[in-house]
Design a protein around this ligand. Structure first.
Ligand SMILES: NC(=O)CCC(=O)C(=O)O
Length: 264
């Protein structure tokens, strides 16, 4: 399965340019043979949270139309990163996923809002899971800060995901956390992790380092610190091999730790 990771630079608040740029990169990834294409977080507006009233995609219509059309025309699965959306009860950070027949298979709004980037002041949190099917691939998608919550990714793995997609705008100062957390999520869940971060100039502090990690924890590909489009082949059969070799799903003792109430 060929995965096209689009480590994109988006322009702050420049929605028109960002849609055009994302479309061009998706077309290029498909031309290079990608079967699944993945975008980063909030690529339509960037983190222009103060301007969401003008910039956010109303009910996600523009994004859905674009991804629907491209996935069908190019016959590719698209994990559409995320975009800022304006819904009736506020703004959300939303990921749309389409299969290669142009059908929407996932719609997810970021569940854990990241206070350090003021998300909690401007956005509403989603509360639904994001488990979906891309052809034969049992997959799930989460957004950036969500990876700090192992129980959330575990819930998706327990629901059958073997490939976990992560779209992000993860800044340079904590890039070591990004790498370590992603590797841990891959190993503990025995899943592939396909994680696509944004890139920006040095002043804006985003240095890419998107990653594809095997369920054994081996890193198959790391992005550099420039805008980049990579098409990487992955062999999904290793998931079942590793799960048979170390059967953590059978060895779990959920009665000891699920539903534990933490008191402060
Ligand atoms: N956009 C985000 O959710 C950033 C998360 C982040 O930087 C972190 O350290 O966590």
């Amino acid at each position: 399965m060929k995965i096209g990771c689009i480590q994109m630079n988006m322009r702050f608040g420049k929605v028109e340019e960002n849609y055009a740029h994302a479309e061009a990169l998706i077309r290029e990834a498909a031309a290079q043979g990608a079967e699944v294409i993945v975008l980063p977080e909030m690529w339509n507006s960037g983190y222009a949270l103060e301007q969401l009233d003008e910039l956010a995609d109303v009910q996600g219509e523009r994004t859905q139309e674009l991804l629907q059309q491209l996935s069908q025309e190019l016959s590719v699965h698209i994990v559409g990163g995320s975009v800022s959306t304006k819904q009736q009860d506020g703004f959300y950070n939303t990921m749309y996923t389409y299969n290669n027949a142009g059908e929407k298979v996932g719609e997810y709004s970021k569940v854990h809002l990241f206070r350090l980037m003021d998300e909690h002041l401007h956005l509403q949190a989603g509360s639904d899971m994001n488990r979906f099917q891309l052809g034969d691939i049992e997959a799930a998608g989460v957004i950036c800060y969500d990876i700090r919550f192992p129980e959330w990714l575990r819930a998706h793995a327990l629901a059958g995901a073997k490939v976990l997609f992560v779209s992000a705008q993860w800044p340079t100062p904590r890039i070591d956390h990004w790498k370590t957390l992603l590797q841990a999520r891959a190993i503990e869940n025995q899943c592939f992790i396909i994680a696509v971060n944004r890139i920006a100039n040095k002043k804006q502090n985003f240095n890419g380092q998107s990653m594809i990690i095997e369920p054994w924890g081996d890193i198959l590909w790391t992005g550099n610190d420039e805008e980049e489009l990579a098409v990487v082949d992955i062999d999904l059969s290793v998931v079942d091999e590793i799960r048979t070799r170390i059967p953590v799903y059978d060895d779990r003792r959920p009665n000891l730790y699920d539903g534990v109430v933490v008191t402060k």
